[in-house]
Design a protein around this ligand. Sequence first.
Ligand code: GCU
Length: 336
Amino acid sequence: LRRLFVCLVCLCVVMSAQGCGSIAGVSSGKRIIRISHAQSETHPEHLGLLKFKEYVEENLGDKYEVQIYPNEILGSAQKAIELTQTGAIDFVVAGTANLETFADVYEIFSMPYLFTSEEAYHETMNDTDYMEKIYESTDDAGFRVLTWYNAGTRSFYAKKPIYTPDDLKGLKIRVQQSPASVKMANAFGAAASPMSFGEVYTAIQQGVIDGAENNELALTNNKHGEVAKYYSYNKHQMVPDLLIGNLKFLNSLSDEEFQVFKEAARLSTEVEMEEWDTQVQEAKDIAQNQMGVEFIDVDVQQFKDKVAGVQEEMLESNENIRDLYDHIQEINKKYE
Ligand code: GCU
């Protein structure tokens, strides 16, 4: 039934984008800006996007109306990226893993233990001038990144407790649908099982997989804590989410309009990051005290040792990540 609903909504959106009809109540003559994302309406990203909408409409409200589609209603991240590519919708929020097949520089974020501190991660991503070069790397594919959102630190969680890398042996662990994510999980000794985010809950519940890896909000906001009761703080990745825009649309804006969208994006990140810190604290509390999830502090060094060769392997097989890698190492050093 959900699939049917998704198809119907997609059809409406695509048809109205092509001028063949319109979604109820939007024939006001304004250009409708559609943004798709995979999270719920209470998630920091949704709140950040509400700020984006507010700022755009405050400044250009006579011309644009922003509509936000949460919960993968328009399809999984990969599907929504395709819709953004063709211009059926205008923006999508997706993790870097989904962009690896469009620009392989994004593989770098799947590298285990790339950032050695949250400070280094934030500083790297907040260096807009540097990141702009990376963000342009998907221009050929027809879309460009406008800003990033914090998606915290990823760790493994499962139906069984994971204390050491040995406990991962043979476990079927869901990863994001990207070659580098698969490599990463396999290097830990797990059996990587790529699938879209929206499928993870049922897959764990039905025993198709043993667990997954993500930030703490996956336990609460996406309810995975109902079906996986052990979360191990091995902290293997900090992977940003990105706000991605259709390039034709962005290029069609006047300079002044473009600046409004850029500023809206910057403000949305500000809101999102503040919300993130608050909500992660709340998520830990809710997961532990209301959902019965056990948080396990593991010896992170053992996990680092297990995948010690992966960074070098990745650097050898993809020269496009070298610059960014060196840049991040410099930033890492500042906080060690
Ligand atoms: C996080 C992240 C999403 C990503 C998801 C996943 O929720 O914010 O962008 O898609 O993890 O693991 O698929």
